[in-house]
Design a protein around this ligand. Structure first.
Ligand code: JFZ
Length: 439
């Protein structure tokens, strides 16, 4: 009887520990250079997301292998058709800069497992399998370093091609792989590729993980992987698109297709906001990877307003492009990016280097802050007078950022009221700068 009770207790303890695998790098203390990189990241506020892989050949998004139930052996025909002869990293980075973006996050490996770099631990990569035979990540990394743009890698933990990604999770069931495999051998492989990415491409901004959600119950050995990254490049920021509160060892928190705390896309039901730098990613049409028939382009106005709302929620905006199989970024994307850059060349002071402002997001818009200046981003306001609660100090000046002209305001016990004449209103965003004297 006693023996039985002990056995039950041991079994229960075993169940608990396997049901709740230790997540993250326990006891992680970010290095000083990592903390500095987090501040840089928050100051940057705007980056380019790039989903590029052999799937672009099919023009049907990056999930095409899973969605169309393409077997691994069939998918292996694709690399032979991927020959991006028009890929011009200098032109990409020039576009990044013209858009006013400060960093790039590109797919080193998406769920199809195909490495867009010259991996030595696999031949399922761009150099070994495509007629192009060049390491596009290396070309892009060199150009980013030349032009002062930080480069992050999106790396999929989920893998629809590797035989050792087993047991399978929620996706990747129709690939024709044998129903067997060594999970930890797969994780060794993933770590080996990450080591290649963190040692062969110069200084890297960070790793943007995705795919954890395919097997939430699995032992992902995050502690080992995160420690490896922080050991190789202490300033590299680790983030994961797991839609949960961040785990120890993560350096920023991301939100997919939603502002922090919102859940309109249905992905972020468990995304409690933590205390790390925040980032939200969004598509320019509805696709991440190149989709030839997706015409649902967002307007420049809506994209600018998303950037503004992100900044007002203290988050970065990572805006996606899915380059074409020839290596070019389609004109519908390029033109919108340049227009956003034009907007930022005038209003950048209210975005870059700011943090979410002292007035939380309101129906009329958001605020950002830098030093003793609060920026009002009036996105929707039908009235002439905008009422604000008291700011952290007495307001000494108010101006419209558009032309520097003075804005009339009154301040009393209740707060500040600012006059916004109809003539000064801007459909996209009416930006005012209020300077206060710290008390
Ligand atoms: C993921 C990727 O699957 C997608 O291809 C893209 O890279 C995007 C940025 O990130 O999107 C998700 C994430 C989670 C789920 C589905 C898509 N999920 O939980 O089912």
């Amino acid at each position: 009887m006693k023996g039985l009770r002990v056995a039950v207790a041991v079994l229960a303890a075993g169940l608990v520990s396997s049901a709740v695998p230790l997540r993250g790098q326990a006891g992680y203390q970010p290095a000083p250079e990592n903390l500095a990189a987090r501040r840089w990241f928050q100051d940057a506020r705007f980056g380019m997301f790039v989903h590029w892989g052999i799937y672009s050949v099919l023009g049907d998004g990056e999930w095409v292998m899973n969605n169309r139930k393409i077997r691994a052996a069939e998918y292996e025909k694709l690399p032979a058709f991927f020959n991006p002869v028009d890929f011009d990293p200098a032109a990409w980075v020039a576009l990044v800069k013209a858009a006013g973006m400060k960093y790039v996050t590109i797919t080193s490996k998406h769920h199809d497992g195909f490495a867009m770099f010259d991996s030595k631990v696999s031949d399922w990569d761009i150099v070994d399998r495509t007629p192009y035979k060049k390491d596009v990540l290396k070309m892009l990394a060199d150009e980013c370093h030349r032009q002062g743009i930080k480069l992050f890698f999106y790396h999929s933990q989920l893998d629809w091609h590797h035989p050792d990604y087993y047991p399978r999770g929620r996706t990747g069931h129709d690939t024709g792989r044998p129903e067997s495999g060594e999970w930890y051998r797969y994780l060794d492989y993933m770590d080996a590729q990450l080591e290649e990415l963190l040692t062969g491409y110069g200084e890297i901004g960070g790793i943007w993980f995705d795919g954890w959600w395919d097997r939430p119950e699995a032992d992902w050995r995050l502690a080992k992987t995160y420690a490896l990254i922080h050991r190789l490049q202490p300033a590299a920021l680790v983030g994961s698109n797991h839609h949960r509160r961040p785990n120890p060892g993560e350096d920023f928190q991301m939100f997919e297709k939603d502002l922090p705390g919102r859940n309109t896309a249905g992905f972020n039901d468990q995304s409690e906001i933590g205390d790390l730098p925040l980032e939200t990613c969004e598509t320019m049409n509805n696709a991440w990877g190149f989709n030839i028939t997706d015409r649902s382009y967002k307007s420049t106005k809506d994209l600018v307003r998303y950037l503004v709302r992100a900044a007002g929620n203290d988050a970065n905006f990572l805006l996606n492009v899915g380059p074409m199989p020839n290596g070019k970024i389609q004109p519908e994307f390029a033109s919108r990016l340049k227009e956003m850059g034009d907007w930022l060349s005038r209003y950048g002071e209210s975005i870059y280097g700011t943090r979410g402002g002292p007035v939380t997001p309101r129906p009329w818009g958001v605020t950002t802050q830098k030093g003793d200046t609060v920026y009002l981003h009036v996105l929707d306001w039908p009235d002439e007078t905008l009422s604000l609660p008291k700011l952290p100090g007495k307001v000494t000046a108010a101006r419209f950022v558009k032309d520097g002209s003075r804005a009339a305001f009154v301040e009393d016990e209740a707060g500040v009221r600012v006059k916004i004449p109809a003539a000064m209103r801007d459909d996209t965003d009416t930006v005012l700068a209020l300077t206060y004297q710290s008390s």
